[in-house]
Design a binder for this molecule. Structure first.
Ligand code: GLP
Length: 226
């Protein structure tokens, strides 16, 4: 494992550093393909990017990690809406360069055809999921529709009026799709996340803990704050 683990002292710092990694890629000026997450953790990072009015998005394509199935795209909690609200509505990016897994038949083929993901930002679920690859997802999985784990439904209930409204299915990039990204940055906040990060990074590499596959990645950084 060649992971770099960085604990920082505030969420603000974590957000700044995560945004900086994205900015560095964009400012090189070459075509850049970003894998992007949702959840609470990346909100600060997106704010940092929005606040940088100098950042030129002309050379950027984005590929979101996942999207709920069974809710309308207009639902405030659809991931497409989340991304519009937190990032896309506020930056000058070509709408034709914004991609979600439910919009494309062969997401993996498309990503490969465009040269692969250069940098993928991940969060981590309390059960060790990355994107919506729940425990026991195959390590060689590609983009597909999955059933959400009980734990994930409980964790994500906070975004909905009641737990019954939480979708039970989603479409997600696979673990193989994510592992092919040239660089991965995992961001996590809170003591609860530290336990699962430790299990995933220092325990057995097992499909029961999907994030444990990241131990095999050659260019992984973990940014954490309490
Ligand atoms: C959802 C997303 C994941 C994300 C996770 C953690 O389940 N599908 O991609 O990593 O939430 O989110 P949070 O940052 O809110 O803990």
């Amino acid at each position: 494992m060649k992971a770099l683990f960085r604990k920082v002292d505030s969420y603000e710092r974590l957000s700044q550093l995560a945004a900086l990694e994205i900015k560095k890629k964009i400012q090189k000026g070459n075509q850049v393909n970003l894998g992007l997450p949702t959840g609470d953790t990346p909100i600060g990072m997106y704010k940092e990017l929005v606040n940088d009015s100098q950042l030129d998005w002309w050379n950027v394509s984005t590929f979101n990690l996942d999207e709920y199935i069974e809710i309308s795209i207009d639902h405030p909690e659809s991931y497409q809406n989340f991304m519009n609200r937190n990032l896309f509505d506020h930056i000058d990016i070509d709408k034709f360069n914004i991609w979600f897994p439910h919009l494309v038949n062969d997401y993996d083929g498309m990503i490969d055809g465009l040269g692969g993901l250069d940098l993928t930002i991940l969060g981590i679920g309390s059960n060790g999921h990355i994107a919506f690859n729940e425990p026991n997802s195959p390590f060689d999985s590609k983009t597909r529709i999955v059933d959400l784990d009980e734990q994930t439904i409980e964790d994500n209930a906070r975004f909905f009026n009641s737990i019954d409204e939480v979708p039970t299915k989603a479409i997600t990039m696979g673990l193989d799709t994510i592992m092919k990204s040239k660089e991965i940055l995992l961001i996590a906040q809170g003591k609860k996340k530290l336990d699962i990060i430790q299990t995933a990074m220092f325990g057995d590499i097992t499909e029961e803990i999907p994030a444990s596959i990241l131990q095999n990645h050659e260019n992984l950084t973990i940014l954490y704050c309490e």
